[in-house]
Design a protein around this ligand. Structure first.
Ligand code: ARG
Length: 579
């Protein structure tokens, strides 16, 4: 299968041809007991390379042939035409296929070095748009580790989507509306200072908020004043609107510092407030479709048949709710982007909310609700404990990132004190380490965060992958070879290189799996695997030795550097050429 994408010709799934070759060989050796498709679906990839590159389980034929699978495997090996393979072997009930290593080496190196960073691109999306609701912190509150997870997972999913020809639209659905603004305004009126907010926006606003709650315990009338402020805001009062805009802007400025540090940008900052004038339509539509029911003065949509609690659309005081905004947002996104899929990267504690959202849209008759996917993720813990604001375990993101950069700086000082752009590299390594650590864990798992562990140059870390690639680049520099313009022979005949070569060929399938499972960890784990294989190769071979294989070895080094850099890019992690 050949795909044209970004003007390059390359295989969408590099390994597909080899799998077909195996299927054809089997097909020719049996008497049509299995169709080509059936054979393809049965072919396995052995766990260890010494069992070959592909395996066919002979027991799938034992019923029709009425023979023991071992016997079938042995007979098949006799019958199969071995041309084009290094060897074919029966091991127990399996037929193991070993690819022609030299031919494969040539093909994969030619492919990677021609496609470069486009290697692994494929056309699953046909250019259709995919809004990704991600990050979405709440104004006037610190960005939590949960928001960090949403930001980096969402960003990586966006990169992956783009690689398979979807058009991602990164949306920061800011929590910029709600009764808390009434409290903040009330607090600001009583003891606020403009200068104080400007100097340290989020901490100051948080301080006002906490103090408001403390004082309101003794003076409950403060709550009435806050409600009044919020009403003014909802009615479009000039002063309330000015304060709201200003709090929003100041908070956003601080969030931007984190986004800049992560080098993550958004296509839209339409938050909850954006849907203020779009919820009436939702309520009308729900009424028209007779979906709204009254319950204790509130308006609800019954979701009994979905086994879900009713969705609360309008409170008894007329205020609309989180889900009402999300209904308006879903419809707005469908109309604006005509999306192929609409993703929400939000913690798994909101699973129920998104089930309700999809169910209400379904009830409204929108079949595209099936294209809405909540991408949940687990918690970051510290010493096994949940990080939460309430328990006083607020970990400020900015601090985590700064500490990571400092740790990276220390290690670079030790390893490479004369490095030219130390600060820049330390930034890529420190921030990259935090991002990589987040993404290498399956997103639904909770995981522990220990900074020392995360920034280590050894072990399964981001810095390890970066370091491995920098090593590849340094070999190329020594050899005077430009990684992006490798020419010469790709005729690599080196058993030590086999694991690395095979892994290179897996990359397109890895990308596809990461996309279909919305799981960046698939790419992160692959990058670790490839880095390990390459380092093993490096330890066992004299890459720069002057023999007839030198060019081919350097070609492989360049291919590894290219694929590692692209894998890191998909994760949102930089790849310094030297570190
Ligand atoms: N602001 C919300 C929170 O911090 C997350 C919003 C997620 N996006 C959405 N469309 N509901 O919990």
């Amino acid at each position: 299968m050949r795909g044209v994408f970004y003007g390059q010709f390359f295989k969408e799934d590099f390994m597909q041809d080899y799998k077909l070759q195996v299927a054809n060989a089997i097909s020719a050796a049996i008497d049509s007991q299995l169709s080509q498709d059936e054979i393809l679906s049965k072919i396995e990839i052995p766990k260890a390379l010494n069992l070959g590159d592909y395996a066919f389980p002979a027991f799938v034929l034992s019923k029709v042939l009425r023979k023991a699978p071992q016997a079938i495997a042995a007979e098949l090996v006799e019958k199969i035409d071995q041309t084009g393979f290094e060897k074919i072997e029966a091991v127990g009930p399996y037929v193991n296929f070993f690819l022609d290593k030299q031919a494969y080496a040539k093909a994969i190196l030619a492919e990677v070095l021609a496609a470069k960073e486009n290697f692994g691109n494929q056309d699953l999306g046909a250019g259709r748009q995919v809004p990704i609701d991600m990050s979405s912190p709440n104004i006037a509150k610190p960005m939590s580790m949960g928001h960090l997870r949403s930001t980096v997972i969402g960003n990586s999913i966006a990169n992956l989507m783009a690689k398979v020809n979807y058009k991602p639209v990164k949306i920061n659905h800011l929590g910029d509306w709600g009764t808390q603004f009434g409290k903040l305004m009330c607090a600001y009126e009583m003891w606020g200072s403009e200068a104080e907010i400007k100097a340290d926006p989020i901490a100051t606003l948080l301080k006002y908020y906490v103090r408001f709650h403390e004082e309101a315990e003794a003076k409950p009338e403060l709550n009435d004043q806050a409600r009044h402020w919020f009403k003014r805001l909802e009615d479009g009062d000039a002063e309330a609107t000015r304060l709201w805009k200003w709090f929003r802007e100041e908070s956003l400025k601080e969030f931007m510092e984190v986004y800049d540090e992560l080098e993550i940008s958004f296509d839209s900052y339409n938050g909850e407030a954006f849907y203020n004038d779009k919820m009436d339509e939702i309520v009308e539509l729900l009424e028209e479709k007779h979906l709204l029911k009254e319950s204790q003065g509130a308006q609800i949509v019954d979701l009994d048949k979905y086994n879900l609690n009713p969705a609360l659309i309008k409170r008894s005081d007329g205020a609309t709710l989180y889900i009402t905004r999300d209904l308006a947002a879903a419809l707005y996104r469908k109309r604006t982007y005509d999306f192929a899929q609409s993703l929400y990267v939000v913690g798994n504690e909101q699973t129920n909310h998104f089930k309700q959202l999809k169910a209400v849209l379904k009830e409204m008759g929108y079949n595209w609700s099936d294209d809405i996917h909540h991408i949940p993720f687990g918690l970051i813990t510290s010493g096994g404990k949940k990080l939460s604001t309430r328990a006083g375990r607020v970990i400020l993101l900015q601090e985590v990132l700064n500490d990571a950069v400092n740790l990276a700086t220390k290690q670079i000082e030790e390893k490479n004190p004369t490095l030219a752009n130390k600060a820049e590299v330390a930034h890529q390594v420190g921030v990259g380490a935090v991002v990589f650590h987040d993404l290498k864990n399956e997103r639904l798992n909770n995981f522990d965060f220990d900074l020392e562990e995360v920034v280590r140059f050894e072990g399964e870390t981001g810095p390890y992958v970066q370091y491995s690639r920098a090593r590849a680049m340094s070999i190329l520099r020594k050899a005077g070879v430009d990684a992006d313009a490798v020419t010469g022979s790709y005729d690599l005949n080196d058993p030590e290189a086999w694991e690395t070569l095979r892994l290179l060929g897996d990359f397109p399938a890895i990308v596809k799996r990461a996309v279909t499972e919305y799981e960046p960890s698939v790419v992160a784990k692959y990058a670790i695997h490839l880095a390990k294989a390459f380092n093993k190769y490096y330890a066992h071979s004299r890459i720069l030795a002057d023999d007839e294989q030198k060019q081919a070895r350097l070609a492989m080094v360049a291919a590894v550097a290219t694929v590692l850099k692209e894998a890191l890019r998909l994760l949102g992690v930089g790849a310094p050429d030297e570190m």
